[in-house]
Design a protein around this ligand. Structure first.
Ligand code: NAP
Length: 264
């Protein structure tokens, strides 16, 4: 048999669909955990990344490693900071192609001990900030006729969280999912895609010592079909799929990466 006879059919390089060369991406909550990883992954695929959060020292250190990136200190619970983040991005780069709404807060507290102020604050950071940043970036994306927004939700939009009790967190992430669908519907005809990435348990500041705590590990093993927490590289592909042309026909979707937790 000749080489030509066994050569695979020729298609354009499918991996090229995941590239983000010359695109500008904002990643919120890039000072730690998933957001820091997301910024590195988008930069590795060619994007110029705007990293945003409150801890500017960490953002500066990260930006120093990512060619062409920009660090912006922003407290996303403050409307003026959200406006400044988008204004600075547009001033510096003249465009925004990808928005990863990753910043989020949550802590385990039974509802009897949660305060109204804590609940409202979680909604401000986890929901209002996403609404506001999407609105601000969406304006520029709609004008350009293209863009991709990735809202980091959680598998806990599909199932209850208790015994890890966090009503504020579940309420806020649930809101993110239906906001994602609604924005996808409003902007689909304008070339802007809006999706949610919904992780299971991954190591971060938010999940603390879950990866070493025996009780937490037993909980994860008992409930995840893949009986462990996710590894740090196991959201990379899902993020890129939603952010890039590879997911060009996906919108309004909540992509679960949860080791099968919610499929049971
Ligand atoms: P993390 O390490 O605690 O990261 C949270 C990020 O949000 C930090 O960079 C923090 O930066 C930023 N942030 C918090 N409040 C902010 C504010 N007011 N203004 C600006 N930035 C703020 O936790 P993570 O696990 O990586 O969380 C990232 C996202 O993934 C969250 O939306 C979380 O709900 C979601 N998620 C995580 C998991 C998991 O298992 N890890 C599972 C499902 C979903 P500063 O403190 O520097 O401001």
């Amino acid at each position: 048999m000749t080489d030509a006879a066994i050569a695979p059919p020729t298609v354009p390089d499918p991996m090229a669909l995941f590239r983000l060369d010359d695109q500008v991406a904002i990643v919120t909550g890039a000072s730690s955990g998933l957001g820091e990883r997301f910024a590195r992954v988008l930069a590795a695929m060619g994007a110029k990344v705007v990293v945003a959060a409150r801890r500017i020292d960490r953002l500066d250190a990260l930006a120093a490693e990512l060619p062409g990136s920009l660090a912006v200190e922003a407290d996303l619970s403050i409307a003026a900071d959200r406006e400044r983040l988008v204004a600075q991005t547009l001033e510096h780069f003249g465009r925004v192609d990808v928005l990863v709404n990753n910043a989020g807060i949550g802590s385990a507290t039974r509802i009897e001990d949660e305060t109204l102020d804590e609940f409202r604050f979680a909604m401000e950071v986890n929901v209002t900030a996403i609404w506001h940043l999407s609105k601000l970036c969406g304006e520029s994306m709609v004008a350009a006729g293209s863009g991709s927004i990735v809202n980091v939700a959680s598998m806990l939009v599909h199932v209850a969280s208790a015994p890890v009790k966090q009503a504020h967190y579940c309420a806020s992430k649930g809101a993110v999912i239906n906001m994602t669908r609604e924005l996808a519907a409003q902007w689909g005809r304008k070339g802007v895609r809006v999706n949610a990435l919904s992780p299971g348990w991954f190591k971060s500041e938010m999940t603390g010592d879950m990866d070493t705590d025996e009780g937490s590990q037993a909980f994860v093993k008992a409930n995840a079909m893949l009986p462990r927490m996710g590894n740090e590289d196991e959201l990379d592909g899902a993020l890129l799929l939603l952010a890039s042309r590879a997911g060009g026909y996906m919108t309004g979707h909540s992509l679960l990466v949860d080791g099968g937790w919610t499929a049971r």
